[in-house]
Design a protein around this ligand. Structure first.
Ligand SMILES: [Zn+2]
Length: 223
């Protein structure tokens, strides 16, 4: 048996973020997943959506708290099949407290094309930390996929997952959602810009200034 409802408010926050991700059209059916660290710093616990949930009928029962090895801490049900992706990011990035994985259409299209997003829009560099790289391909649900995504993320807040989708991270669930929405919108803009001609990346000095702002925000906890 697991302890009763110690992490209920954190699980509810993950549920709300998953519903918001679905409402924003970033996932369909049961795809995608969301998590947040729970407990005191260094506890190595997360609240994460369960495998095979249905967003339309999703409740608190579809978010469980587990440790970084997937052992249940609170709630019934199996954690997301992409749990290893989430724990790989938390292990590599102490600044990250929330991870969101989507299959949004334009981001996934770029991931299929193997095409990274250059730094195109000022807010992208401030909010995401620069362009968005594409990870190496790895089979869903594996440790290799987690490692490939960590490498593609670097210090930034988003990465495209080759032939698969997008991951967005942040100091809060709200920030991870903002990153995923922004990445999808910029992927859409990039696709539209390509139909008009060659999209021009931002000037390097603007990218430098905005990257410094991104780092300052990250040190302030994503605010
Ligand atoms: Zn996926």
């Amino acid at each position: 048996m697991t302890a009763a409802n110690v992490y209920e408010s954190e699980r509810r926050a993950v549920l709300d973020a998953a519903r918001a991700m679905h409402r924003a059209g970033l996932v369909a059916v049961s795809s995608g997943n969301v998590s947040a660290r729970v407990g005191p710093p260094g506890a190595d616990l997360l609240a994460i959506t369960t495998a095979g949930k249905d967003y339309a009928a999703m409740g608190l029962g579809e978010v469980v708290a587990v440790d970084f090895d997937g052992e249940p801490v609170e709630g019934e049900g199996l954690p997301s099949t992409e749990m290893l992706l989430h724990t790989a990011v938390y292990r590599a990035r102490p600044d990250v407290r929330a991870v969101m994985h989507t299959h949004s259409v334009y981001a996934s299209a770029l991931a299929v094309a193997g095409e990274p997003l250059p730094p195109l829009i000022d807010e992208m560099v401030v909010g995401i930390g620069g362009g968005i790289a594409v990870s190496a391909y790895a089979f869903p649900g594996t440790e290799e996929l987690g490692a490939a995504v960590v490498e593609a993320l670097g210090e930034r807040n988003a990465a495209l997952i080759r032939n698969h989708g997008l991951v967005g991270v942040g100091a809060t669930l709200a920030e991870a959602l903002r990153v995923c929405e922004m990445a999808e919108r910029i992927a859409h803009i990039y696709a539209a810009a390509k139909s008009f001609g060659a999209p021009a990346p931002l000037p390097p000095d603007a990218v430098e200034t905005e990257t410094a702002l991104f780092r300052m925000r990250r040190e302030a906890g994503g605010k």
